[in-house]
Design a protein around this ligand. Structure first.
Ligand SMILES: *Cc1c(COP(=O)(O)O)cnc(C)c1O
Length: 389
């Protein structure tokens, strides 16, 4: 169990997530020269650990920035302006690829699911059959809805069309299996690009963009002479990733050290155990909240292990509810777009402990009572613990 003594609040939002003491210690350490052998060693190990986590057969890039920069690096190093992509969107973050592609003159077609549901794979197949798609983007877990994408079905459909698969793992990586060396579907299709950020299931503060490219994606970059980017061009970063003593732009030294500490914790826990823990957390939190009459917008079959988007029961108002919780040190997130005010989002990922989940469920129940609703916190905590056992 990670040491969590430095967290004064219960930060139960879908990122940033609670940070373990060892990670804070790494972040707060002395700032070394970016060429210092101690730092270079941490950077190398951070790259190796990331590559091992993702089973990456190609190249991993760690660049200071957030998940959105990782999306940008992934897209513009594989798709040229004028080429066409299909954005497969299951919510707000899926949609972000539409604007991102358009900002670079990429032709974007999209398919959107109803919020709370997965897209229909047959519709994806139909659109791809119209031809000419260089890549398709999938958001592994859409943080607006708590819906997980069905990679086993989507990846073969996309690869059969000849397009590259770009996977946004920002709210999934390190909590849900993403293995670039593992074939998806009967013909052994691979993920081409997986991107993520540091502050969600990896459990580090925000600040690192992580992008892993497979061989086919790298061939795509190699076939382009120039891309409309400088800081986001992997060709300029490549020498640094191969040898972190090299300089392109100053790496955020403390951030790399923190990410290194976070990745050591991820790999020390072990991926299968970590994936199981998140499955358990997701089911436990949703079952416990159901005791309060609170229901996830996603059915259990498509609900994510990392966060849940929960509808308010009649009478519970978003703003006063979350304000009362915040007064007790429990931070939950509001819902986005059409769900704003009607639902809240709760993260249950990364370094979050069973004790944190227990306190969260208890505080939510007590707060409901204080606001004049009926709730049984003891029962909800019992249900949580039964699922966590
Ligand atoms: C949070 C998130 C992003 C954006 O990441 P930032 O770090 O906020 O830039 C992109 N995609 C998904 C799925 C996310 O959850």
């Amino acid at each position: 169990m990670p040491g969590m003594s430095k967290n004064k609040e219960l930060l139960m939002i879908p990122g940033p997530t609670p940070v373990a003491d060892e990670i804070y210690d790494a972040l707060a350490g002395e700032t070394y020269a970016h060429t210092d052998p101690r730092f270079v060693q941490n950077f190398k190990e951070a790259l190796e650990l990331t590559s091992a986590m993702l089973g990456c057969p190609g190249e991993v890039y760690l660049v200071c920035g957030t998940g959105t920069l990782a999306m940008e690096i992934a897209l513009i190093n594989t798709v040229k302006p004028g080429e066409k992509i299909l954005v497969i969107s299951q919510g707000f973050f899926g949609d972000r690829f539409i604007q991102l592609g358009q900002a670079f003159g990429i032709q974007v077609e999209h398919i959107k699911s109803q919020w709370g549901e997965q897209v229909d794979p047959q519709e994806v197949k139909k659109i791809l059959a119209t031809g000419g798609f260089k890549a398709a983007t999938i958001t592994h877990v859409d943080t607006s809805t708590g819906v997980i994408a069905d990679l086993e079905t989507l990846v073969p459909i996309i690869k059969d069309s000849g397009a590259l698969v770009i996977l946004d793992g920002v709210c999934a990586t390190a909590a849900v299996d993403e293995d670039m060396s593992r074939p998806y579907g009967a013909k052994g299709y691979l993920l081409d690009v997986v991107l993520t950020g540091s502050q969600k299931a990896i459990g580090c503060p925000p600040g690192m963009a992580v992008v892993a490219f497979g061989e086919q994606a790298l061939a795509s970059r190699a076939a382009m002479t120039t891309i409309p980017a400088y800081y986001a061009d992997i060709v300029l970063w490549r020498p640094v990733m191969q040898d972190p003593t090299k300089y392109f732009a100053t790496p955020a030294v403390n951030m790399v050290n923190a990410y290194h500490a976070a990745m050591k914790m991820v790999m020390a826990e072990g991926l299968p155990a970590r994936y199981q823990r998140h499955l358990k957390y997701g089911r436990a939190v949703r079952a416990a909240l159901a005791v309060y009459g609170m229901k996830a917008i996603a059915t259990e079959a498509v609900a994510a292990p990392t966060l849940s988007c929960i509808l308010y029961p009649p009478g519970v108002e978003d703003a006063p509810f979350r304000k009362a919780l915040a007064g007790k040190g429990l931070v939950l997130a509001g819902a986005l777009a059409a769900l704003a005010g009607k639902a809240f989002r709760i993260g249950h990922m990364g370094n979050t402990t069973p004790e944190m989940l227990t306190s969260t469920i208890k505080i939510i129940g007590e707060t409901l009572q204080e606001l004049g609703h009926t709730a049984d916190p003891a029962q909800a905590v019992a249900v949580l613990q039964e699922h966590l056992a």
